[in-house]
Design a protein around this ligand. Structure first.
Ligand code: MOS
Length: 752
């Protein structure tokens, strides 16, 4: 089967390409949000509530106001007007906490902003913020970890619009389960996880009369502009958002949080630019998290392993305010063939900050449950888990009743088995050993949505032989600068080092969020159309310029190849470089615009579009020391054409490392007394680091998916995190005999 080999191609697309922005980053030239400085800039530090439920009775700002360097202490009575924002058509106006900051005196979670200190220096602002004191009417917060659905209305309003509580339904799942010869019924728990990008959230707000510019560490500048325009009652064109570099996001920078309007309101109030940078502690309180989930999975099957019934009923925690929907059932209806299926969800309100998307939202916790259940069922039936999956391979998406655009899940399983050496597995628990260590082998499948968001782009060809590609998307560290350069280079023949990439600025043509693993797939058609249009204009220039070798020819008689124009049929060796054509016409540049439509959630779709993959994992276990390590991972991904195998492999490796954290380490705990996130520092919130990372072998199948775009490229930012924890917990069981169904796996679980 075709697989992507690095450096196999002379075309920019598909070539393993080091980051074009790499030199900027390693030389310190890359400017992140808090690297921008402005004359007269002030610093803002928010004051967070120290209770999680109750009411502010009195806010004492008098001492803080008198402190040296303090310019203002803002609160509900003096912040000025901030409007609510609402959803806009075309995927705009999204935010997870819709309530404007300081909107009322009710405290709904620990750390909720209740005031903002603004001062000449960060230190003065911090000291003033610490001096503001609040008196509360305090109630006992609910941060209970056991989840019972208390939010039963049939329709819930989510960030993306209304959703029905009953997610998916076919056949009669309950009856089929009742009569199934083999039954499986277990509940899986995934904990609250907190995003910890290296770069914390940061904002700098600058007003120029009625115009607002916001420098922000954002995964979606266009959406952020829309939200801010609404909150300050401005036309969109009066708001500009700039995000040149992002020190990663993982989903909590997709949509704006309340510190953005706070910074803008403060700058409006004091008449100077204001910078607001969150502390690491605030990162655990006010800017989202992956919600805790509790998922009951019931499987009915034949003794041979054919699924008869699948019920996936999940509950997730939500805040008192937010609209975030954790779509754990996203992949359940299509991943396996099963005639009877039911997916439902419930929500449990807690006194915590708003939940949000975190790398692979929905499917990552969801597939942890369903893939773990498949592994558990395989053990119960004494069937190989790979065989069980192949036996239940669907012919079409049985949820949507549509064919898949391109599904090669079985090929993933076959290649993964072969590369890992899976057939050497002895399924008996604790039976495999190496160098005195007990080995555990486990595997799981994964899937992730594939679609496009709307995108627009411009491509310019210039008289010095360079090109420029521009799109108001952003690079969150995943390689979007490089992908845009590759796409422009592919079309224009301009080498990568002569392609200028402009992104991360709402003054550019509107681009997609860096989210849903869709940025790359979304920009392909827009950039290609822009390049085609630039080339069409160039041909008209070539035929219309007096003295041009193509004067008085028809543009249609010309071909553009490798950056040069020639007559059809004459061969490109006779081509005139586009720079010469432009110079002859006394033109600095020629510009093409391109745009493409969204396919995300298209009700008229003719295909089900997803990426697929699988993980094979080895753990080593030393029972004497209770020491568990992930020692080897083989991951195979079917994500269509891989535009940059180097960045692509990096995405999957990063996701696998994050999955080790999800399986074994990550867990945000809340104090039952005051509702505060307890382990709210990166010393106490444990993530997987280099020392935890085993050798990770990544293979990409190479089946271009032309439903997504002309290149056939789907996204790869998130799929690598789906299923990995299920593969690890299966390996843990294989090594230790302990089946852990509540993440993360703790040493205590294994001592039992
Ligand atoms: Mo991803 S959670 O769409 O940043």
């Amino acid at each position: 089967m075709p697989t992507t080999q690095e450096n196999q191609t002379n075309s920019p697309i598909g070539r393993a390409t080091p980051r074009v922005d790499g030199p900027y980053k390693v030389s310190g030239k890359a400017q992140y949000t808090s690297d921008f400085h402005f004359p007269g800039m002030l610093y803002a530090v928010p004051v967070g509530a120290t209770i999680a439920k109750g009411r502010i009775l009195k806010l004492d700002t008098s001492a803080a106001e008198k402190m040296p360097g303090v310019r203002a202490i803002l609160h509900r009575d003096n912040i000025g007007k901030i409007y609510r924002s609402t959803l806009e058509p075309d995927f705009g106006g999204i935010c997870e906490e819709r309530r404007p900051p300081f909107d009322d005196d009710v405290v709904r979670y620990y750390g909720q902003y209740i005031a903002l200190a603004v001062a000449n220096t960060f230190e003065a602002a911090k000291a003033a913020a610490d001096t503001v004191s609040a008196t509360y009417e305090k109630e006992k917060p609910n941060v209970a970890t056991h989840l019972e659905a208390d939010d039963e209305q049939d329709l819930v309003i989510t960030s993306f619009g209304p959703r029905h509580r009953l997610d998916s339904h076919r056949g009669d799942a309950e009856a089929a389960f009742a009569s199934a010869p083999v039954k499986f019924d277990e509940t899986y728990v995934t904990p609250t996880e907190t995003h910890n990008p290296l770069e914390v959230h940061a904002t700098t707000a600058i007003w120029d009369g009625p115009r607002l510019t916001l420098y922000e560490s954002s995964q979606g500048v266009v959406n952020l502009r829309g939200v801010l325009a609404q909150m300050f009652g401005l036309p969109n064109e009066n708001v500009r958002v700039i995000t040149k570099f992002v020190g990663s996001g993982f989903g909590n920078k997709l949509f704006p949080w309340t510190h953005c309007p706070l910074a803008a309101a403060a700058a409006r109030q004091v008449g100077s630019p204001v910078r607001l940078v969150l502390s690491r502690k605030m990162m655990f309180q006010t800017v989202g998290h992956r919600p805790r989930t509790q998922q009951r999975v019931r499987l009915g099957a034949t003794p041979e392993g054919k699924l008869l019934s699948l019920q996936h009923d999940y509950i997730y925690q939500r805040s008192m305010l937010d609209a975030h929907h954790e779509d754990c059932g996203e992949a359940t209806p299509f991943h396996y063939s099963v005639p009877n299926l039911r997916v439902t969800f419930g929500r449990a309100k807690r006194n915590i900050g708003a939940g949000s998307d975190m790398r692979g939202p929905g499917a990552v916790p969801g597939m942890h449950a369903t893939e773990s259940a498949m592994n558990d069922l395989a053990d119960q039936l004494k069937i190989d888990p790979v065989k069980l999956r192949i036996m239940n391979e669907p012919k079409i998406d049985e949820g949507l009743k549509l064919p898949f655009s391109s599904r090669h899940f079985i090929e993933c399983l076959q290649l993964g088995s072969e590369k890992f050496g899976w057939t050497n597995r002895n399924p008996v628990v604790g039976s495999m050993k190496r160098d005195g260590l007990v080995l555990g082998w486990g595997m799981a499948g994964c899937a992730w949505i594939a679609a496009r968001f709307a995108a627009a782009a411009t491509v310019q060809l210039r008289d010095d032989g360079t090109a420029r590609v521009a799109c108001a998307t952003q690079d969150i560290g995943t390689g979007t600068y490089t992908v845009l350069a590759q796409l422009a280079s592919q079309k224009t023949g301009v080498p990568l080092n002569k392609v200028e990439v402009a992104l991360g600025d709402t003054s550019l043509p509107e681009g997609p969020i860096s989210g849903g693993s869709m940025a790359t797939g979304s920009v392909v058609p827009a950039v290609f159309a822009a390049a085609d249009n630039a080339i069409s204009s160039l041909k008209m220039i070539a035929t219309g310029t007096p003295g041009s070798p193509f004067e008085n020819r028809q543009p249609d008689d010309l071909v553009f190849e490798n950056g040069a124009i020639s007559m059809k049929g004459e061969g490109s060796s006779k081509g005139i470089p586009f720079a010469d054509v432009l110079r002859k016409a006394n033109l600095r540049l020629v510009t093409g615009n391109g745009k493409s439509e969204s396919t995300f959630g298209n009700p008229k779709a003719k295909f089900s579009t997803h990426s697929f993959g699988c993980h094979f994992v080895e753990v080593t276990w030393q029972p004497e020391l209770a020491r568990l390590r992930v020692s080897r991972v083989v991951t195979v991904i079917d994500a269509g054409r891989i535009i940059n195998p180097l960045a692509g492999r990096n995405q999957i490796e990063g996701a696998v490392v994050m999955g080790i954290g999800m399986a074994l380490l990550e867990h945000t705990s809340y104090d039952p007394q005051n509702g505060a996130p307890i382990n709210s520092s990166i010393a106490d919130y444990i993530v997987a680091v280099n020392a935890d990372a085993p050798p990770i072998e990544v293979h990409f199948l190479d089946f271009p998916d032309k439903e997504i775009n002309e290149v056939g490229a789907r996204g790869i930012g998130e799929i690598g995190l789906a299923g990995i924890a299920a593969a690890i917990t299966a390996a843990v069981h294989h090594a230790t005999g302990v089946r852990v169904r509540e993440l993360p796996v703790k040493i205590e679980d294994l001592l039992a």
